[in-house]
Ligand binder design. Sequence first.
Ligand SMILES: [Zn+2]
Ligand SMILES: [Zn+2]
Length: 278
Amino acid sequence: MTRYNFHTHSHYDDGSQSLEDMVKGAIDAGLSAIGFSGHSPLPFENEWSISKKDYPEYLAEGRRLKEVYKHLIDVYLGLEIDYIPGYSDNFRAFMEDGGLDYCIGSVHLVMKPGSRRREDIWFIDGPREGYLEGIDRIFGGDARMAVEAYYGQLEEMVATQRPGIIGHLDKVNMHNREEVFDSSAPWYLNAVEGLLAAIARYGGIVEVNTRGIYTGKSPDSYPEARVLKQCLKRNIPVMVSTDAHHPEQLLSQFDEGVRLIGELGYTKMTTPFFEAAI
Ligand SMILES: [Zn+2]
Ligand SMILES: [Zn+2]
C-alpha cells in the first residue's frame, strides 16, 4: 500500500514538533511523500495559525527540507488555508506569493452571513462550550442557521478559490453528537449535497480526515462514510489524511481510512501529485 501524508502541522502552528521532525518521522514510517500544511496566517491574533512573523521562516524551512531530503522522500510545501469571507479569501495570493506546491482549503471559523465583524465569527473547532456558545450568541440559538452558514461558506470557498483538497468536510458535526442538530434531516443532507455538487464541478479532492477517530473526538472520519458514498456517486476523488500534529500521528488510522474507502467502492486514492491503488 502506498502511504503518504499531505495534512501535517508543526510548531509553526498548533503542532509540537519541527518540520524536520515530521520529515524524519515520515521516512521512518515508510511514507513515500509528506506535505506541510500549516494553518495559514490570519489577520487577527489566535493561538493556532502560523504568525505573520514566522511565515517567511516556515516557507524557507519547508523549501530547505525539500532539497535536503529529496533522495529519501518527496516533500511538498503547502498550507491549510482558512477561508473566511472578508478576512482570508484569496488562495491564489497565498499560492503564488509563497511558491506553494498545494493547499488544503478548510473552514474552522464561520462568518455569520452578511456580517464582516470579528465578533460574528463562530469557531467550530475549539472546546465544545465555545461551539455551543457561538450558536447561541451569533445565530440566536438556531443550530440549523449556523450549520447552513458553515456549508455555505465551504461552498463559496470551493466555487471561488478552487483548493486542490477540501479539508475535513463535515467537521461541523464533531461537537454535535446528535444533540445539537439532526444530521439526517433533509436540510442537512441538502447542504452537504450542494457542497459536493460544487466540488464535482471543478474536480477538487476530498480528504478522508482521520484525526477525530484517533483523538477520540468522533467515531467517524471527516467526512463520514455516508457522505463519502455520495462523493463516489459524483466521481469526486478522495485521499486519506491523518491531520498529524506530531510525527507519531503520521499514520494514525491511515490504513483504516484506506480500507473504508475501498469498502465503499473506491479503487484508487488521488493526491494532488499522484494516484495510488487501494
Ligand atoms: Zn483543519
Ligand atoms: Zn489540519
